[in-house]
Design a protein around this ligand. Structure first.
Ligand SMILES: [Zn+2]
Length: 303
């Protein structure tokens, strides 16, 4: 399944820090999506930007000193030698054909760890909450975050509650012509897009002991050629239906409100790299109502 093709471009200028999160129950699906898209631009980059509103926590605590399990030896599959298609992109955004925003049932919580100088923290309260509540979650780890937390990465990968996937190597929008999102220049060519994908594929295979099956670009922006590249590499392209924490800038009430709007099948995007954001407490606040409504949580599984 994939979403209706759209771009976010029309939402950028209307989005601001004071924007309200949409509430799915109060509007029609189409309107809900529009309101959501209007919010989304602020949301996907703040957790990783140089000066995010939330505490970037560059000195976040290191991984616990638990010995990491030895990952099984695996081999990075060699993709078919893909020739650059010579196509000019015709679409750009976070919701294009081929990007998965939904799953077949349940709610798939996904948490990005964006890495870099301001994005390499660890939200241990969130991880503790997920474990205490036995909530499965898919963790999209950027290569820079993985290098800063190799032991924790291996530990998370060994926990069946979590699924570890690829959030890029340099955390760039995935483009074949350098198109930017939020002022962040995207990858500059087909080969550069491949490098953004495959460097972290190799790192995660080494560190986590499993080759990722899904990719979510930094900023969650893609052009249509890049989406096809990911598909040709055999990777699922992860989008989102619910913007859970506005780039880890949302306060707990806003996170709770966003999660309350997650319908069955929604992929929820939030963050695990900003320990002083409202993500963990917002999830904790949302859980009683979600449980009462019969919501079940699931991993993304196979693409
Ligand atoms: Zn990110």
């Amino acid at each position: 399944m994939s979403s209706v093709p759209r771009t976010l471009d029309d939402g950028v200028s209307r989005c601001g820090p004071g924007g309200r999160l949409w509430h799915a129950a109060s509007v029609t699906p189409t309107l809900a999506r529009r309101r959501f898209f209007a919010l989304a631009p602020l949301a996907l980059v703040a957790a990783c930007s140089p000066r995010p509103p939330a505490d970037p926590a560059p000195g976040a605590p290191a991984a616990p000193a638990t010995p990491a399990p030895t990952p099984p030896v695996t081999t990075v599959p060699v993709a078919a030698d893909l020739a650059a298609p010579g196509r000019t992109p015709v679409a750009w955004g976070t919701h294009l054909p081929g990007i998965r925003d939904v799953v077949d049932g349940g709610v798939a919580l996904t948490f990005d760890a964006c890495g870099g100088p301001s994005g390499s923290g660890v939200d241990h309260a969130l991880l503790d909450l997920l474990r205490a509540e036995a909530i499965p979650a898919t963790l999209f780890l950027n290569e820079r975050w993985v290098r800063a937390h190799e032991q924790l990465t291996a530990e998370l990968a060994a926990d069946p509650l979590f699924q570890i996937e690829n959030h890029g190597s340099r955390h760039l929008p995935l483009s074949v012509d350098g198109r930017a999102a939020y002022g962040i220049a995207g990858t500059t060519s087909y080969a550069d897009a491949r490098a953004e994908i495959e460097s972290n594929q190799r790192t995660l295979t080494d560190v986590a002991g499993r080759t990722p099956r899904w990719f979510r670009a930094g900023t969650a922006h893609y052009d249509d050629v890049a989406v096809d590249l990911l598909t040709d590499l055999g990777l699922g392209v992860a989008g989102f239906a619910v913007n859970g924490d506005a780039g880890a800038t949302a306060n707990p009430a806003a996170v709770e409100h966003a999660l309350a709007g997650a319908r069955d099948g929604a992929i929820v995007l939030a963050h695990m790299n900003q320990p002083h954001g409202g993500t963990a407490s917002g999830l904790a606040r949302a859980l009683p109502a979600l449980r009462a409504a019969g919501t079940t949580f699931r991993l993304l599984g196979e693409p």
